[in-house]
Design a protein around this ligand. Sequence first.
Ligand code: BYC
Length: 325
Amino acid sequence: MYAQMIKSEATDEDPEKLAAFQARIDAGEKIEPKDWMPAGYRKTLIRQIGQHAHSEIVGQLPEGNWITRAPTLERKAILLAKVQDEAGHGLYLYCAAETLGVSRDELTEMLLDGRMKYSSIFNYPTLTWADMGAVGWLVDGAAIMNQVPLQRTSYGPYARAMVRICKEESFHQRQGFAIMMKMAEGTEAQRRMAQDALNRFWYPALMMFGPSDKDSVHSAQSMRWRIKMNTNDELRQKFVNESVPQAKLLGLTVPDPELRWNEEKGGYDYSEPDWSEFFAVIQGHGPCNTDRIEARNKAWDDGAWVREGMLAHARKKAAVRVAAE
Ligand code: BYC
């Protein structure tokens, strides 16, 4: 239905303007905030950048859960820095979305009342310390796979935000892999925890790339507009190809009996995730959806006095300025 809305809006627009816009995209030019753009392009970007920002913010919760229980002071400091980075990513992305004419408050309200989504992955619980390894290795690994091409996306502010985010995500992925290495080389109990974390996070990580191409409603148009640079299945395949040798290096087993190297396609054949689970999770029925949204609502309500105080301060400063003029 959303795709139909985009289409009908696009056909109402001046065909000459649309053609000139598409020519700029095809020539690899960046679109900047003050440039003319089709309503559907703006809407798709607000949806994608907004969801991406929300994912960074909600994504702090499963890892924040382990800051007080990190096994050493060094691990605590590293995890704390990583979670703070995610907050920063959310803020760059909200700023990029604001250049499209939507405010951060509006976006937040849409997250809090369920009108906007965030990544499915953050609706799964983090049960053990090994999950911090699996999240860094697989979740940030999947995020990088998706976000490196987005550095070349057609909308300038989004592409530029991605450059710094990708650098930080690389550090996140390595810290996760380092935790997995330590656990996999540790005691038998630690190795079992690492394997269990891989077992639980493998398919949810594959789901991060979105539904299979045949069910992806937005991919075709988003790729024409170069908002997306690859299809969901292309990136998922790349992620599987890179992660399987890493699991082997750790001495862990990817929980997929059908996993096989396919010489002809130059990639692994693998089992698809359970798509009914994916659709249930994005419709609000995952293991942690209720907790995540409750936590964000509480944070928003608890922070109301800070927002009010800052607005009152800004009003006061403006009044003093006007009086002085
Ligand atoms: N989860 O037509 P499709 C991170 C929805 S955070 C939830 O293929 P599209 C990190 C989709 O929105 C990583 N919903 O959509 C942070 C659409 O529904 P609506 C976040 C999903 O947009 C902290 C419907 O399914 N990364 O790295 O063309 C700690 C049909 O899908 C998901 C980004 O957001 C999902 N996984 O493609 C650690 C990257 N997948 O909106 C790490 C930017 C699909 O019509 N986003 N849906 O109701 C993208 O690249 C694209 O939006 C997607 C989906 C590939 C995710």
